[in-house]
Write a protein that binds this ligand. Structure first.
Ligand code: SAM
Length: 261
């Protein structure tokens, strides 16, 4: 299985990833809990509260437009809706969940039906490739661009960052939650052993799909380090503050943020 994507063209890589997420869509939410011992929920909660969508210092609050890229089954977008509508008492937000994969979006649409009607009214879905966003998303139109556990799957990461930059307003924020590099060598050894042996096995037993989960583990391994990824974000034109990232659970995951000047 190693070298899953070696020697493939960009469009072949994109097709391969589409196949993986088509086959995992139905089991995706359950598998996330099993593979991360539920940690992904804590990371997602922290990611969204740190962004605090819907917060506004002006009265009435300025409208906000948010694009959740590779939004899949809605975990990030639904949390952002809650943060804005409930925590910040601000319904003046619009969130678009975009994903390249109609199967993942279909699961997200189904799940969104149990949201309060007011929240559903401020949510829309869009089938789109992050490396080539459609013209319906206007340049300089977004306040916030989020991508969680998505960017490592993109065939061309710099192209996706350039697209994020293009569609954000000046002052708009790019925010990414992604698996990253574990700092502590002992913890890293244990983590690698877990991910390379247990995750494909759980994938086989629970979802009947070893190869897709093998791919997910390999894609984490291939993704750049915290510092390298910050460099790519800066190369795209974003300004980053401080370290430019925040490690979660010893670097198993990390949050990167950048602002379009
Ligand atoms: N953001 C969600 C979450 O945190 O639960 C879903 C993450 S899921 C691991 C990754 C998603 O990236 C999949 O839904 C997949 O279809 C999507 N994806 C992969 N390549 C993409 C691309 N080029 N453009 C947009 N979405 C893509």
């Amino acid at each position: 299985h190693f070298g899953f994507q070696d020697g493939l063209s960009e469009s072949e890589k994109t097709d391969r990833v589409a196949g993986v997420f088509h086959s995992v869509a139905d089991s995706y939410d359950r598998m996330n809990d099993l593979m991360s011992f539920g940690w992904h929920r804590i990371w997602k909660d922290h990611f969204v509260s740190s962004l605090n969508p819907g917060y506004s210092s002006s009265i009435p609050p300025a409208p906000q437009r948010v694009l959740d890229v590779a939004g899949g089954t809605g975990d990030i977008a639904f949390r952002m809706l809650h943060q804005s509508h409930v925590v910040n008492a601000n319904p003046n937000i619009h969130i678009t969940i975009s994903d390249i994969n109609p199967s993942m979006l279909a699961v997200g649409k189904q799940r969104s039906l149990s949201l309060p009607a007011a929240q559903q009214a401020t949510l829309s879905f869009l089938e789109a490739d992050a490396t080539q966003l459609p013209s319906t998303i206007l340049p300089n139109s977004l306040d916030l661009y989020t991508v969680a556990f998505g960017i490592r799957n993109f065939a061309n990461i710099p192209a996706a960052l350039a697209e994020a930059y293009r569609v954000l307003k000046p002052g708009g924020v790019f925010a990414c939650l992604e698996f990253s590099k574990v700092r502590n060598p002992v913890f890293d050894a244990i983590y690698k052993r877990w991910s390379f042996s247990a995750i494909p096995l759980i994938g086989q037993l629970v979802a009947g799909d070893r190869d897709s989960y093998q791919y997910l583990v390999e894609s984490i391994e291939r993704f750049p380090s915290q510092d390298e990824f910050r460099g790519l974000i800066e190369d795209a034109g974003f300004v980053v503050g401080g370290d430019g990232f925040e490690d979660l659970t010893n670097g198993i995951a990390a949050i990167h943020k950048g602002m379009k000047p």
